[in-house]
Design a protein around this ligand. Structure first.
Ligand code: PHE
Length: 451
């Protein structure tokens, strides 16, 4: 099947891989992963996470890419093109909705990264500075104007890239940003590992203690693998549709998930040794990056410089992921309602701004408004990551395994024989998609419901 020439798309494998890694590597790696490692006992959690990423999640990524490239459209359109059924197309609408929810709170955290980058540039985290980072963080996020202004800047920057289109906007940005990001994380990790007293942190990261493992830890590892690889939100379907018809999907998926995992481990190496070196509690929770690290930087030789590097990294990682979430929604609107990119991007932006402002305010003046005991920010996070992404992924694997059928799958992953990929590898992945993945996801959904 050849890609419609009129359709915007990635110019080649490297552009596609850079954009996919750009989406996968985000706050999920640099902010969520380290604190989950800290809360779930360290190395054993990481091992389970690695296992799920490679064995279950990478095949699911392949399934999404197959739907996108074969269906040639945003999620809803791809499902419709492949099945002719509106019921299946609604899975794509679910994915679009999931992206809107994620982007609403993700953009707020993206705004926080801008604020912390600005603080760093103003040398607030220089070595020796006096700082009460916990109350500074609490005061900032619970304010009204400050976080909203930063959220709006973050969303406007994201929207600007989307307006520029796939090839010029997303691909060019990612090709430039991903290597920079890699260098920055490595630099911060090296600084962290060479601090006196960092050895305990490395031990915590790499010496597994399986007595820490229970079903909650397993679930947390699995959920994190989904979030980090951008699965179950239609993102891989959308980028799959921009992939050239002769690209090797399986190879690209493995490169993307390997890189994503590498970034997560590097982020662990950047944060955990420093946390141990300065005697901070690794189980600190969601504040680990924003509360703990400034405290670490002010106690660190050349901390001012490393603060700028770290928050620049966090910002770059956040925006490339936000771009992919934004693109799913914009592309869906363009294709479902035949809108121009400009109109669709503006509409996406407006919805995100409205919901994001509520998320932001829910950290402060609206904190009293709760549903199931969660404020709007936590609710959006919980519902999107723990319910919608799993549900969409379950439907994706059921669709590919049971509706699309093996021959179509093998034809797509071998690019009709043009990609150098043995059919046997495709067949193994197909059986994982058909049997193992639904079972595992079903188990998670069930445990989420039972809890
Ligand atoms: N994977 C991104 C991260 O780790 C988040 C994301 C989820 C992006 C779903 C796109 C789709 O931050």
């Amino acid at each position: 099947m050849s890609r419609d020439n009129k359709r915007d798309g990635f110019s080649g494998s490297f552009g596609m891989i850079a954009a996919t890694i750009g989406s996968a590597v985000g706050l999920g790696n640099l902010w969520r992963f380290p604190y989950l490692v800290g809360q779930n006992g360290g190395a054993a959690f990481i091992l389970i996470y690695l296992f799920f990423s490679i064995v279950i999640c990478t095949p699911i990524m392949v399934a999404e890419l197959v739907i996108g490239r074969r269906g040639q459209g945003a999620p809803a359109i791809s499902f419709f093109n492949l099945s002719g059924s509106r019921k299946w197309a609604s899975v794509g609408i679910l994915a679009m909705f999931t992206c809107i929810l994620i982007l609403s709170f993700y953009g707020v955290v993206g705004g926080w990264t801008i604020k912390y980058l600005v603080n760093s540039v103003c040398l607030q985290y220089r070595e020796g500075a006096v700082l009460d980072s916990a109350s500074a963080f609490g005061q900032f996020v619970s304010g009204s104007g400050g976080p909203i202004v930063h959220f709006l800047i973050f969303t406007a920057l994201t929207g600007a890239v989307i307006l520029a289109g796939v090839t010029k906007g997303i691909e060019r940005t990612s090709k430039f940003m991903m290597p920079v990001l890699f260098v920055l994380v490595v630099l911060v990790a090296v600084r962290s590992i060479t601090l006196p007293g960092s050895a305990e942190g490395l031990k915590y990261l790499f010496k597994p203690d399986f007595s820490q493992i229970d079903s909650n830890v397993v679930l947390a590892a699995l959920g994190q693998a989904f979030f980090s690889l951008s699965l179950g939100a239609g993102m891989q379907i959308t980028y799959g549709s921009y992939t050239r018809s002769d690209d090797n999907i399986i190879q690209n998926a493995f490169i993307s998930s390997f890189s994503d995992t590498l970034f997560a481990i590097l982020a662990g190496c950047a944060i955990m040794p420093a946390v141990f070196a300065f005697g901070i509690n690794p189980g600190e929770g969601a504040g680990l990056a924003f509360v703990t690290l400034p405290q670490v930087f002010v106690q660190m030789p050349m901390g001012g410089l490393f603060a700028i590097l770290f928050f620049a990294t966090l910002f770059l990682a956040a925006i490339t992921s936000a771009i992919s979430l934004f693109e799913v929604v914009t592309a869906s609107m363009m294709e479902i309602w035949k809108m121009t990119r400009r109109k669709a991007a503006l509409l996406t932006g407006s919805i995100i701004v409205a919901l994001g402002c509520v998320c932001s305010l829910s950290q402060g003046v609206l904190s009293g408004f709760t549903v199931f005991g969660k404020n709007v920010f936590d609710l959006f996070d919980y519902v999107s990551s723990n319910v919608l992404m799993l549900l969409t992924s379950l439907l994706v694997v059921l669709f590919v395994g049971w509706r699309l059928k093996k021959e179509a799958f093998l034809d797509e992953v071998t690019a009709g024989g043009r990609a150098r990929m043995p059919r046997s590898v495709g067949a193994v992945l197909f059986y994982i998609i058909k049997y193992a993945a639904p079972l595992v996801i079903f188990a998670i959904v069930l445990s989420v419901i039972i809890k």
